[in-house]
Design a protein around this ligand. Structure first.
Ligand SMILES: CC(C)(COP(=O)(O)OP(=O)(O)OC[C@H]1O[C@@H](n2cnc3c(N)ncnc32)[C@H](O)[C@@H]1OP(=O)(O)O)[C@@H](O)C(=O)NCCC(=O)NCCS
Length: 209
């Protein structure tokens, strides 16, 4: 369970239906190579990755405790959410077919809004690939899911996340409380970006100098 953005947009019924359809029909390959929609068959490998505190500690909306059973239930719950057009759980796999990263997109179609939470396996962190990878995922939410607003949170001490989020052009909007699945609260840094802002940043970076 993730929290929707602070800013409230009201989508028209047609826009809401279009976003729900895009989420249901999403092609994971559009996010990058070796990406798949999570299925219960990935539960053991995903649980192994998430059990590493270097991967899961900074993330508030994971099932806890992290076990193969809790991760399987989370995969199944997200598949049900995807069937309603409200979430997608995409995994990246390594050469051995093991889970090497995940991105969970929460979508509020009636608000034309989305959030992403994700992590890279510990052996693939700190290689300087976070900024480009995150920017791709942010653009994907606007272009492929078709939302007009993305809200993002990060733990107050998550300097890497703050850096990749601000490098992509998100507006800092102070702090907010994030609710964990067990009901406890984590204080988070909070950012937003609209689709128009995203296009302006993208176009300015693509413009010839
Ligand atoms: C957050 C995460 C996706 C970033 O990916 P990554 O590949 O490890 O990140 P990078 O190595 O590209 O580092 C990201 C940026 O932080 C900077 N950075 C790294 N450590 C830093 C530190 N201690 N202080 C300041 N900046 C730091 C890097 O220089 C880089 O900035 P640059 O691109 O301008 O050089 C990854 O670390 C991860 O999965 N972490 C665990 C889960 C998590 O925090 N998820 C996000 C929840 S919001």
């Amino acid at each position: 369970m993730s929290d929707p953005p602070v800013t409230v947009i009201r989508a028209s019924p047609a826009e809401e239906a279009d976003i729900r359809r895009r989420v249901r029909e999403v092609d994971p390959a559009s996010l990058g190579p070796d990406r798949v929609i999570a299925t219960p068959a990935h539960a053991a490998s995903l649980a192994r990755m998430l059990a590493d505190p270097r991967v899961s500690d900074p993330i508030y909306d994971l099932p806890r405790p992290i076990t193969e059973a809790s991760v399987r239930a989370w995969i199944e719950a997200t598949a049900a959410d995807q069937a309603r057009g409200e979430a997608v759980l995409i995994l990246s796999l390594d050469e051995a077919g093991e889970v090497a990263g995940y991105s969970r997109f929460s979508v509020w179609p009636d608000r034309s809004s989305a959030e992403i939470a994700g992590a890279t396996r510990a052996d693939r962190q700190n290689r300087g690939q976070g900024t480009a990878g995150a920017a791709r995922s942010f653009g994907w939410m606007f272009e492929v899911l078709g939302v007009r607003l993305v809200g993002l949170t990060a733990a107050l001490d998550n300097v890497r996340s703050a850096r990749v989020i601000e490098a992509a052009g998100f507006r800092p909007m102070g702090e907010r409380d994030s609710r964990r699945p067990d009901g406890t609260v984590r204080r988070s840094l909070y950012w937003e970006m609209t689709a128009d802002e995203w296009r302006r940043v993208r176009d300015s970076r693509e413009a010839p100098s």
